[in-house]
Design a protein around this ligand. Structure first.
Ligand SMILES: NC(=O)c1ccc[n+]([C@@H]2O[C@H](COP(=O)([O-])OP(=O)(O)OC[C@H]3O[C@@H](n4cnc5c(N)ncnc54)[C@H](OP(=O)(O)O)[C@@H]3O)[C@@H](O)[C@H]2O)c1
Length: 250
C-alpha cells in the first residue's frame, strides 16, 4: 500500500508504538487521527505533529465508540486506514492469588472485543474509500504464551484467530480491504514495563519494519524476534514456549 496520502485512525496512539506510528505516518503526509483515553496527553502529542488530531475515547465504552464513529463520519469521511493497536496487559503469575478472571475480563475487552466492535463499525466506511486497509497489532505470544502475562497472551491468540477469519471472509466477499497483522515482539514501551527482560526491541525499529511491510504488502509483519519465534513455533511448539519464557525470566 501507499504509505502517504491516507487518513489513518490509530488506537493507542498516546504512547509507545501507536505514538511512534502516528509521528512517522504524519511525517509522510498522512492525516492521522490519534485515539486513546488520556485526553491531555493525546492532545499534547497531536499538537506537536503536523496533520494529526486527537480524539479521546475509551474503546471499551460503546457510547464513546459510537461518538467516535459519528465524529469520523462528520469530520474525516475520507478515512481509509484503521490501525487497531491499543492494548493492555497484566503481568502476574497464575495461581499466586491474583484475580486472573478480573485481569482476563479487562484484557479481553480492550484487546479483543473492542477490535471486533471497531472493525464492524468502520468496515463499511473503509470499504467505500480508495485503498482501504486495516492493521491489527497482535503479539508473538499468540504463538507461544508468555506465562508472566498469561491471560493477555490468550487475548492475542484470540485476536490472531479473528484476523484469520476476517481474511478468509473478506476474500470470499471480494472486499478491497488489505488486512495487515503486526506481530509485535517484546518492545520497550510503558506496556512492557512490568516484564523483566533485556531483549526488548525499540518501538522505532518495530514501526520502521511495520512501514516497510505496509509498503511491500507483506500482510504478516513479524519484526525482529517475533520472526524467530514464529519459526521456532512451527518447528517445535514446546521449545517455542520455553524460548519466550526464558526471555522474560519466567
Ligand atoms: N510492548 C510490548 O512488548 C508489546 C509486545 C507485543 C504486542 N504489543 C502490543 O502493542 C500494542 C501497543 O502497545 P505498546 O507496547 O505501544 O504499549 P503502550 O505504550 O502502553 O500503548 C497502549 C495504548 O493503548 C491505549 N489504551 C489502553 N486501553 C485503552 C482503552 N480502553 N481505550 C483506548 N485506548 C486504550 C493507551 O492509552 P490510554 O491509557 O491513554 O488509553 C496506550 O496509548 C498493544 O496492542 C500491545 O498489546 C506490545
Amino acid at each position: 500500500m501507499n504509505i502517504s496520502g491516507n487518513t489513518i485512525l490509530i488506537t493507542g496512539a498516546g504512547t509507545g508504538m501507536g505514538l511512534i506510528a502516528a509521528k512517522e505516518l504524519a511525517a509522510r503526509g498522512n492525516r492521522v487521527i490519534m485515539v486513546a483515553r488520556d485526553a491531555e496527553r493525546l492532545q499534547r502529542e497531536a499538537d506537536a505533529l503536523r496533520g494529526a488530531q486527537a480524539y479521546a475515547c475509551d474503546i471499551t465504552d460503546v457510547g464513546q465508540v459510537e461518538g467516535l464513529v459519528d465524529w469520523v463520519q462528520e469530520n474525516a469521511p475520507e478515512l481509509n486506514v484503521l490501525f487497531l493497536n491499543a492494548g493492555v496487559t497484566h503481568t502476574y503469575r497464575l495461581f499466586d492469588g491474583t484475580d486472573a478472571a478480573s485481569n482476563a475480563r479487562l484484557e479481553m475487552l480492550v484487546n479483543f472485543v473492542s477490535a471486533v466492535d471497531l472493525t464492524h463499525r468502520f468496515l463499511p466506511l473503509l470499504e467505500g474509500r480508495p485503498d482501504p486497509a486495516l492493521i491489527v497489532t497482535t503479539s508473538g505470544v499468540m504463538y507461544a504464551p508468555d506465562t508472566t502475562n498469561p491471560t493477555y497472551s490468550a487475548t492475542k491468540a484470540a485476536l490472531h484467530s479473528y484476523v484469520q477469519s476476517m481474511r478468509y471472509r473478506l476474500k470470499q466477499v471480494g472486499s478491497p480491504l488489505r488486512l495487515f497483522e503486526l506481530v509485535s515482539p517484546l518492545v520497550d514501551t510503558p506496556f512492557a514495563s512490568g516484564v523483566r527482560s533485556n531483549e526488548k526491541a525499540k518501538p522505532e525499529t518495530v514501526i520502521a519494519d511495520l512501514l516497510h511491510g505496509l509498503e511491500d504488502d507483506t500482510f504478516d509483519i513479524r519484526p525482529g524476534s517475533s520472526q524467530a519465534l514464529y519459526e521456532a513455533w512451527r518447528a517445535d511448539p514446546e521449545k517455542a514456549v520455553a524460548m519466550v519464557n526464558e526471555a522474560t525470566g519466567a
